[in-house]
Structures are given as C-alpha cells and as structure tokens.
Ligand binder design. Structure first.
Ligand SMILES: Cc1cc2nc3c(=O)[nH]c(=O)nc-3n(C[C@H](O)[C@H](O)[C@H](O)COP(=O)(O)OP(=O)(O)OC[C@H]3O[C@@H](n4cnc5c(N)ncnc54)[C@H](O)[C@@H]3O)c2cc1C
Length: 448
C-alpha cells in the first residue's frame, strides 16, 4: 500500500497532482524550490504589484484547468473574453465571436466578417476545417506545412489564421510544427463546442491565482507545503523509492515520489545507474524547448479601449491590457503587455532593438501610441518556455508511470496528448495521480 507521497515541483502539474491525490485520501507533501508556487506560470514582485513575466492565456477548450480551479474555488479568477479582437496595421478591428447559429456553424459569420481575410482565404479555411472535421487523423505524424499544401491553403489563410493560431497555441511557427499537435488545437479550439475558441485570462497575477489562491486552498485541504525547499536527490533502497533528500541534507521519507518538473531540471535528482536501468527515464532528454517573450510597457495613456488585441501581421502576436499593474502607490501609468511566441528570431538583435520595433509597430495598430510617452519598459524572455511541437514530438514524451517502483512523472512535457501548456500540465498531474492510485490499489491487493 502506497501511503505517503512527495511531489517535487510546485508548478501547475505538481499542484494538479496534489489536488487529485488529496481528494483520493493520500498524505501529500509538496516541495517547491522557489519561495512561491506556479513555476513557469508564476509572477515576480515589482514595487506594489505582482507582474507575470508573460501573460498566460487559457482557451475555452481547456476543461481540465478550469475544472481544477473550480474544484478549489478559484474559477472566478479567470475572466472569459467571449470576443477576440483582431487588429491590423491599418487601424481596422474585427470582433471574432460565436453567433447564435448551431454548432459547427457558430463561427461562420465571424469568419465571413473577418476584414483581414480575402474571399479565397475564407474559402480555403472552410475547406481546411471541413477536412479536419471529416478526415481521421493519421497514425504517423507529418509536417503541418504538408497538410496546408495538400488542402490548398492560401498565403492569406496561413498568415491570417493557421499561422497565428499555431504560433500562439503551440509556440512554434507553422512552417516547422507537427501536424498532429496543430490538428489537436484546431479541432479542440475551432471545431469544438461553442466557446472552445474563447480565451480566458487570469483576473489578477499568476501568483495570486496559483500560490495565494490554489496553493492556499490545497493547504486547507491538508497539503503539507514547503516552499524554498530544493530536492537534491530521490533516494532508493532495494529497488524502490524511500524518499527524497533536500539541498539542506534533510531526508523526507515517502513511498511515492512524483517528479513534476521539466526533464532538463531533474537529471541530477536521479543517478546515472537509475536512468540507464529504466529507459523511459531517458525519454524527453531530446525534446527541444522554445522561448516566449513579454514586452511590458508602462505608458502615460491607454492606446486602445480593447482589453486585448490579436495583432494580425505583426512581429508581436498579442497585446494585453485587461489589468492594471501599478509600480507604486498612486502610479498613474497605463500597463500594456505585448507577447511574442517562438521569439528566438525576434531577439536576434537583442531586447532593446525588439522593444524599439514593438513601440513603432504599435503605432500602426493604434495611432494613439504615436503620442504616448513610454514611462518604463521591460523585455522578459523565458528561453525554455515550452517544448517544441515538431514532427514526431510525442514519441519523446514519456507517460506518468515509470518502471522504477514508487517513481512517477508529471509536467507539461510528458505525454498528455496536449501541447506544452497549463492545460497539458494539469492533465499530466492528474494522470500521475491516477497512476499512483492504480499502483496503490495493485499493491494493496497483492498485500504488499
Ligand atoms: C513565457 C511563457 C508564456 C507562456 N504562456 C502560456 C499561455 O499563454 N498558456 C498556457 O497554457 N501556457 C503557457 N505557458 C506554458 C506554461 O507556463 C507551462 O506549460 C506550465 O506552467 C508548466 O507547468 P509544469 O508544472 O509542468 O512545469 P513548471 O512550471 O516548470 O514547474 C516545475 C516546478 O518545479 C520546481 N523545481 C524544479 N526543480 C526542483 C527541485 N529540485 N526541487 C523542488 N522544486 C523544483 C520549479 O521551481 C517549478 O516551480 C507559458 C510559459 C512561459 C514560460
């Protein structure tokens, strides 16, 4: 019978695993190296505010994350944006929202009214969506680019729809993305039930959502939580997990350890002998990671009334200004954040050059920007934001169960069937918790 569980890593995956195990009656201790929860979906302190290094967006189709937040009373912390505002450099704006038409035609009027797409582009998109809806997915992955060519997508359809969806949702340009991963997002987001394409944004910072909100609720439910506790090693005895050792040399006993952190963070936690004896533990080492950049601007005025904008044809992909982030008490500035996914090429000439280009570009979308005064700016890049969903990526993503007794894996990089996102992280945590429950039942029935 597996009783005491230690989860290493207080990111979204670790929190989801903890939630599921607590409700299944396990004693759970979560150890997080940093002094706050959330991992990559976290925040840092700046003056009087928590700032998210990058705005995190959740699609309406991400039901596991919403379910987790709802279960622990945090669902109201997400603001649903029923309309996506698409903006072009000529200053024009198209609202993109569901119509009352029955599914799957609820988005048809929005596509018809999309000012940035020509008729041939719209026709090509309809053909592509129809193909995705009616054709079973292939067993073997292939380049998304091949599918775009096969379904005769126009340059306008690629630049105006498929490309922006792929880079925003997968953090990978359409030209190098995996078809199977992209098809998952197209099917779930564009062909799913009404509301699947809508975006949800945290009402407050990610710290308030995951640490102060979900973390606190889990502690109330019985989670033993230790922040600022870095695990140095998972300890084994006679072929099974017996606990972990922290950087401060404390031994914490456990029958189960869930390693809920990116693959590249845990090489030191396991000896080479353990990894080489369990081939699935070597999986994931080959995964590539891609950067995301947030350009944070404190301006003397708002440049638009919109809460967010999808920037069609821009170097920046999204603008967010749905919440204020004052730097000090009484700060009169207006906070805006521009997000660039797969931002490697954009950073080729450095952050300052990127900032200057973004400031200029915003003036094309929002003419008020040309008169605005920049009070402060920060360009923040997370180099390893998500795994790269290139062709065949899923072959390198291990499942939650390992052949090492008592050791389980979670994290957005594991095999969830979803891209490396908060939704993927939640699903991985739940899968790891279910695997622990199954292993526990199996051991109980064997009487061990
Ligand atoms: C800039 C950026 C923008 C993003 N935008 C979005 C978005 O819009 N929508 C979306 O859904 N996803 C987005 N993501 C991806 C999302 O943040 C991740 O998929 C998700 O947060 C991963 O969660 P995780 O728990 O798997 O891993 P992590 O968040 O990496 O959590 C791992 C945790 O383990 C801890 N840890 C590591 N080593 C140890 C140790 N030895 N001992 C104890 N603790 C340890 C780490 O400190 C960390 O807290 C973005 C990511 C970034 C970086």
């Amino acid at each position: 019978m597996l009783g005491r569980v230690v989860i290493v890593g207080g990111g979204v995956a670790g929190l989801a695993a903890a939630a599921k195990l607590l409700t299944s009656g396990f004693r759970v201790e979560l150890l997080e190296a940093r002094d706050r929860l959330g991992g990559r979906a976290g925040s840092f302190r700046m003056g009087t505010s928590w700032v998210d290094p990058c705005q995190h967006v959740n699609l309406g189709c991400c039901t596991a994350l919403r379910g987790l937040l709802k279960e622990f009373g945090q669902e109201r912390e997400l603001i649903r944006q029923k309309c996506i505002w698409f903006c072009t450099k000529d200053g024009r704006i198209s609202p993109f929202q569901a119509s009352p038409l029955p599914e799957p035609f609820h988005l048809a009027p929005a596509f018809l009214k999309a000012h940035w797409l020509g008729w041939q582009d719209k026709w090509a998109i309809a053909r592509g969506l129809n193909h995705l809806r009616n054709t079973p997915l292939p067993k073997t992955d292939r380049p998304l680019a091949a599918w775009l060519k096969e379904t005769r997508q126009t340059a306008g359809a690629i630049e105006g729809l498929w490309g922006p969806v792929v880079v925003s949702a997968l953090n990978e340009p359409w030209s190098t993305a995996s078809f199977l991963t992209a098809a998952k997002v197209f099917r779930e987001g564009l062909l799913g039930p009404r509301g699947s394409f809508e975006v949800e944004l945290p009402r407050a910072s990610l710290f308030e959502l995951y640490d102060d909100g979900l973390g606190r609720a889990l502690v109330e439910k019985g989670l033993k939580l230790r922040r600022a506790t870095r695990v140095r090693q998972v300890v084994f005895e006679r072929g099974k997990v017996i606990g972990v050792q922290t950087l401060g040399s404390e031994f914490i006993p456990a029958e189960v350890v869930i390693m809920a952190m990116p693959r590249y963070q845990w090489s030191q936690l396991l000896s080479k002998a353990i990894v080489s004896g369990h081939p699935e533990l070597a999986q994931g080492e080959e995964l590539g990671w891609a950067p995301i950049t947030g350009v944070h601007l404190w301006l003397d005025r708002p440049i638009t009334d919109l809460p967010h904008a999808a920037l069609v044809g821009g170097e920046g992909h999204w603008l967010f200004r749905h919440r204020s982030v004052p730097r000090f008490v009484g700060d009169p500035s207006h906070y805006h954040q521009v997000v660039l996914s797969a931002s490697g090429p954009a950073l080729a000439n450095g952050s300052q050059s990127l900032l200057e280009r973004i400031l200029l570009e915003l003036g094309d979308y929002f003419p008020t920007m040309r008169k605005a005064v920049l009070l402060e700016a920060k360009v923040i890049t997370e180099r390893r934001a998500t795994i790269r969903p290139v062709v065949g990526v899923d072959q390198n993503r291990p499942g939650p169960k390992t052949s090492q007794r008592g050791l389980f894996l979670a994290g957005d990089w594991t095999a969830t069937g979803w891209p490396s996102t908060m939704e993927g992280a939640v699903r991985s945590g739940i899968s790891a918790a279910k695997a622990v429950c199954n292993a526990s039942h199996a051991e109980k029935s064997k009487g061990t």
